[in-house]
Design a protein around this ligand. Structure first.
Ligand code: RM4
Ligand code: MN
Ligand code: MN
Length: 404
């Protein structure tokens, strides 16, 4: 077996010879942080069925413990995004303490306006004002939860839409939506942000209220500067150029963050980077190219058959590698190639970075951060899955199915 430190040394030599500032790259990489989703640790399935896993967390506290294990192994997952009412408890002080005791913090708060039977015809856009008021109440309650947990972001995916042409008035629905969201926005404390997520379709099959980045950014512009768009990688039509959307939103200062996952067909919620790692790399190239701090990064996955903690660890590792590769792009050479109108020189520069094996670099940075050089291997060697299976043997499904 090759000595990992030799692999690291030879990579560093090569990068330094290319004129890259390896110290800076390592510092950026060491600061990389992604939120993991509490709902990604619980049981989830498809509309055809759910396969319960041994050791699945029984409540929000155990979901946070799984998140802590991911952070221990990667040093890159310090925050946990929560979903309500799935993560509801009586006293949020206990959740805040638990997070703190495990070296974590709360991430974005995700309200849920899609499961209650009252929302059959929509939540904020429902023709019935009583149901609209109920939806708004939930959103306002989530702002209070964020305050109680020390969080500062609401991340809203609105499932509202219609199944049939003529079912409801499209413009009236849009006005109801703007009205509800402006009340939510007005209730945000200073420094809190609202992330507006779009999704092409599902569960509605004719018209979805916030179906694309355009309808999302228009809402945000109407609301105010702390409303920004959230890009979920599984929420576009096939073939859409997601990195271009990222570049545009970043340029407009309306890129709020990401829900990372991967897909082959629709909103498949597979492990990030498992289907299209090149797209993931190009998205990070746009983020690095924007020259600003990274926006809020969150994983949004649904692990139906794969071991959940392992899937989450692998996702974080894949994100670190995509980011590392993007940091290797020689930006000066890229600009020069573009200014020279050289069609393939810029492409080659990207390919050179993408094709670099950055695993020794990421392993080095993780180890320097006190985490595992090889997180998936360490997770298995530590036997975390077996330990939680034994400790949580009377597991009951608490979160229920999470349809996406
Ligand atoms: C949706 C969307 C939301 C997520 C739900 C569970 O498809 O991606 O972000 O909270 O699924
Ligand atoms: Mn999402
Ligand atoms: Mn989704």
């Amino acid at each position: 077996m090759t000595d990992p430190s030799l692999e690291y040394e030879s990579l560093i030599t090569r990068l330094t010879e290319k004129g890259l500032d390896v110290g800076r790259i390592e510092r950026e990489l060491a600061g990389f942080a992604v939120e993991t989703p509490s709902w990604g640790y619980g049981d989830s399935g498809t509309r055809f069925g759910t396969f319960p896993q041994p050791g699945r967390p029984r409540d929000v506290f155990e979901r946070i413990e799984d998140a802590a294990e991911v952070h221990r192994l990667t040093a890159a997952a310090p925050a946990v995004a929560l979903h309500f009412p799935w993560d509801s408890v009586e006293d949020y002080g206990t959740v805040r303490e638990h997070l703190g005791a495990l070296g974590l913090r709360v991430g974005a708060i995700n309200p849920n306006l899609f499961q209650d039977a009252d929302y059959r015809l929509g939540s904020l856009t429902n023709p019935d004002p009583v149901i609209r008021a109920k939806a708004l109440d939930h959103l306002l309650e989530c702002v209070q939860i964020a305050i109680a947990l020390g969080g500062d972001a609401q991340s809203l995916w609105l499932a509202d839409g219609t199944n049939y042409a003529g079912q409801d008035d499209l413009r009236a629905r849009r006005r109801r939506l703007e009205d509800g969201l402006s009340q939510l926005y007005a209730s945000l404390p200073d420094g809190h942000e609202l992330l507006v997520e779009y999704k092409l379709f599902e569960p509605a099959f004719y018209a979805t209220e916030i179906a694309d980045w355009g309808s999302a950014i228009l809402l945000c512009q109407r609301l105010g500067p702390r409303a920004r768009v959230l890009v979920d990688l599984g929420h576009h039509a096939q073939g859409v150029n997601v990195e271009q959307i990222v570049a545009l939103l970043a340029d407009e200062e309306r890129l709020g963050g990401f829900h990372f996952n991967n897909r082959k067909y629709a909103d498949d919620d597979l492990i990030v980077g498992s289907v299209n790692p090149f797209e993931l790399f190009l998205i990070f190239c746009e983020l690095v190219g924007a020259g600003r701090e990274l926006p809020r990064l969150t994983i949004d996955q649904s692990h139906n058959i794969e071991p959940k903690v392992e899937a989450m660890v692998l996702s974080v590792v894949n994100l670190q590698e995509a980011y590392a590769k993007a940091l290797l792009v020689d930006r000066h050479a890229l600009t020069a190639a573009q200014e020279a109108s050289d069609v393939l020189a810029g492409h080659e520069i990207l390919l050179d970075a993408f094709n670099t094996d950055v695993r020794p670099l990421c392993a080095h940075v993780r180890a320097a951060n006190g985490a595992a050089a090889d997180p998936v291997r360490e997770l298995r060697a530590f036997g975390y899955a077996g330990k939680i299976a034994a400790a949580r043997s009377d597991a009951a499904v608490i979160s229920g199915e999470t349809p996406r």
